[in-house]
Design a protein around this ligand. Structure first.
Ligand code: IVH
Length: 712
């Protein structure tokens, strides 16, 4: 193993994958790929407790997504990872709706970014650089978060984070833990204490030894072990292992109990929770970074894994004003430790074919231990990346991971390259169907797409299988008992080749000479459950169905928007066919929907421009009757309203004003038009105010606006 200076590599990789160099069309591709990869990683991590990529790689993907979105704000996808946290909860436990969402943290990778975080907080709050702004620095525990609800001092409900909105009820499992008080005194009537459940490193080692002896599952790291045991159906199993809990934040509370983060932690400790002893109250960024370095030095000798330091604005009044972006608070960030690295040999480069025909190279590595986990795969993103890093079969490469499994290749050690090492030659044919695989030329930029795609379309089995997997996946039709494995098996046998086949499977099986129930791996009950699962989806949710079709650029949110716009599948299909037939009115109508742009319209035209797609959809529709879509609920006084801010705002910064308005469901626009509902005008308002008055639009002062929204 060669040790490579961490900072150097982190920066180098970021630089090499320059977002600046991306053409618009490449950015579209990249955002699509990132959305997919991140979604896949979320499921592996949150639902299966079996991460497929390292934390560092995951952070990198999210980061890249964020940067590309910053550069191309118009390209932000409706299913963008920046809009959601984690993956949907697994179906094993009862679901719990979080009253206050359990969010994630934004990341910071070096001192400069930490300072930028401080600057952004100050800017939002309109604090100058020399005004005091204290932070609390807490070790970032590498475990899994849990929310503990206390009512009248009694522990009544414990939940995992799940996707941030909905978690799993693991109350009984949490009750087996010593670190969780059953009763607390002098607390608000309702109090949700949130923190991290973890397994100590030593306990993890002895657990794995015992598991090995028994021939049981070996856990990749303490985090996975903690997750595995916390989500056992039988709480007696959870009780078998020692788990710890650090309290660090809260969800719903019936009454405020502190004015600062520091005081809140003190309260937690008074109530009998463990808070982390290495937490520091910091007067300024200098103190914050000193705390980071101190905690980093202690890292190896701590009893538990940590992967960074969390900085939180100390004043809760400020925290409240700063509020949240869609998935992260503005008042906190996680300053991550550099990832762990090792060197190994790249034995081969495999090509995988995805649902949209994208060919993705995957590095097959000689297994190597990185930070305690054996690693043998790494995603190589695309061929440009291989070219940029000049990665060749047989090379000695530096791989990186932070807390979890499949890492990324950060660099090739050129001095160790074999003389006869050949440059990577991109496959010009799809490895599955043999069709040409090409990189399209972007009509706008004249540049090649980053992604090579198989042109086989329907004849490419890889694409067909991946589309079917997508069709039944959790976010799409979510068919119980029909997962990726079954789809693959049914596809190979020829039982299911397109979505409609799923719904005719039972009828065909009844007549079959070799019905499923007689086959190995299937029993009477599992077959019955499978058909019940399928039949339960004969009236699918319209939004899910539209998403399930796998039309490019139609993610979950776009699916929802389309469902809300058209109300029924028939109306959607009629409009989409018109759009495909270049009907201008239909295209215009759709483009005018907020959140839908030209890319989606073009993608619909492509999909419904192909007769074989229309036929497949028709066959599907003769088996199912989708539900009509429900209109979105709006309960704040300003939700759905288009609001424009103009002039000088004196009670809050413009960013804060916009953030609060959007949080209440209003749409903030930069210009006044007939569609504008409210104009909030501060001193010095000029032409926008005049225009609004001319158009008879409701105008109000900043105070009036605040009064209006405070009523919510
Ligand atoms: S605060 C709204 N504090 O890190 C902010 N999170 O990457 C809520 N974590 O989901 C999180 N130590 O599971 C916070 N001291 C700490 C933490 C911490 C570990 C975890 C937590 C969170 C994840 C975000």
């Amino acid at each position: 193993m060669t040790d490579v200076p961490a900072d150097k590599l982190t920066n180098e990789t970021l630089k090499k994958k320059s977002v600046e160099a991306l053409a618009k069309e490449e950015a579209v591709q990249e955002l699509e790929r990132l959305a997919l990869e991140i979604a896949r990683a979320d499921i592996a991590y949150h639902q299966n407790d079996a991460p497929e990529i390292s934390d560092a790689e995951y952070d990198f993907l999210r980061r890249r997504n964020e940067l590309i979105e910053e550069r191309f704000p118009k390209l932000v996808r409706d299913d963008s990872p920046s809009k959601k946290v984690g993956a949907k909860a697994s179906s094993r436990f009862e679901k719990v709706q979080h009253t206050v969402p359990m969010l994630s943290l934004g990341n910071t990778f070096n001192d400069e970014e930490a300072h930028k975080f401080d600057e952004s907080v100050r800017k939002f709050l309109n604090l100058s650089a020399d005004e005091p702004l204290a932070y609390v620095a807490e070790p970032k525990i590498d475990g899994l978060s849990a929310s503990l609800r206390y009512e009248n001092g009694k522990f009544v409900l414990g939940a995992t984070r799940g996707d941030g909105q909905e978690g799993e009820n693991i109350t009984l499992n949490l009750l087996t833990m010593q670190a969780i008080p059953r009763k607390i005194k002098n607390a608000p009537d309702v109090l949700e204490v949130r923190g991290e459940v973890y397994m100590a490193k030593a306990d993890f080692q002895s657990l794995n030894k015992a598991q090995e002896k028994k021939g049981d599952k070996i856990f990749a790291n303490p985090r996975n072990a903690a997750a595995g045991f916390l989500r056992q159906k039988d709480p007696a199993n959870t009780a078998r292992v020692p788990l710890g809990f650090f309290a660090y934040t809260w969800g719903a509370v019936s009454a405020p109990f502190a004015q600062t983060q520091w005081e809140a932690l003190q309260k937690f400790s008074d109530w009998g929770f463990t808070t982390n002893p290495d937490t520091a109250l910091c007067e300024n960024m200098e103190d914050v970074l000193a705390a980071y370095r101190r905690i980093e030095r202690q890292r190896a000798s701590l009893e538990y894994d940590i992967d960074g330091v969390v900085y939180k604005v100390n004043q809760l009044g400020f925290q409240e004003r700063l509020g949240f972006r869609s998935r992260t608070p503005r008042w906190a960030t996680a300053h991550k430790f550099p990832a762990e690295r090792a060197t190994t040999i790249l034995e081969d480069i495999d090509i995988q074919v995805g649902r949209t025909g994208a060919l993705t190279p995957v590095a097959k590595l000689k297994p190597v231990t990185v930070g305690g986990v054996v690693v043998s795969n790494a995603t190589l993103h695309n061929e440009d990346e291989i070219e940029r890093k000049d990665i060749r079969k047989g090379d000695t490469v530096v791989v990186q991971r932070a807390g979890d499994v499949i890492p990324q290749i950060v660099e090739v050690i050129l001095s160790e390259r074999k003389k006869n090492a050949k440059k990577f030659e991109p496959l010009k044919e799809c490895p599955i169907c043999g069709s040409h695989a090409v990189r399209d030329i972007n009509a706008n930029t004249g540049k090649e797409d980053a992604v090579r795609r198989c042109t086989g379309g329907l004849i490419c089995e890889a694409q067909a299988v991946e589309r079917l997997k997508h069709f039944v996946s959790r976010q799409a039709l979510d068919i119980d008992g029909l997962g990726a494995k079954q789809i693959e098996a049914f596809f190979i046998e020829g039982l299911v080749r397109e979505p409609a086949d799923i719904f005719t499977l039972e009828a065909r099986d009844k007549k079959s000479l070799t019905p499923l129930r007689n086959r190995e791996g299937y029993g009477e009950t599992s077959v019955r459950n499978l058909f019940a699962g399928i039949n339960a989806r004969r009236a699918p949710d319209l939004a899910r169905l539209i998403f399930a079709l796998g039309i490019r650029h139609v993610g979950e949110t776009t699916g929802r928007l389309l469902a809300q716009t058209y109300g029924s599948f028939e109306a959607f299909q009629t409009a989409a066919k018109k759009i495909a037939g270049s009907d201008e009115a239909a295209s215009k109508e759709l483009i005018s929907v907020d959140g839908i742009g030209g890319t989606v319209v073009a993608a619909l035209a492509d999909f419904f421009g192909e007769q074989h797609n229309i036929d497949a959809v028709d066959r599907l529709m003769s088996e199912i009757s989708p539900q009509a879509a429900q209109k979105v609920k709006s309960d704040s006084a300003v939700s759905g309203k288009i609001v424009v801010f103009t002039g000088k705002l004196e009670l809050m910064t413009r960013d804060e004003a916009k953030a609060r308005a959007s949080a209440l469901g209003a749409k903030v626009s930069g210009s006044v038009s007939a569609k504008t509902d409210i104009l909030v005008a501060g001193p010095g308002a000029g032409s926008k105010l005049t225009k609004a008055q001319d158009l008879g639009i409701q105008t109000m002062t900043e105070e009036e606006w605040l009064k209006l929204i405070d009523a919510n």
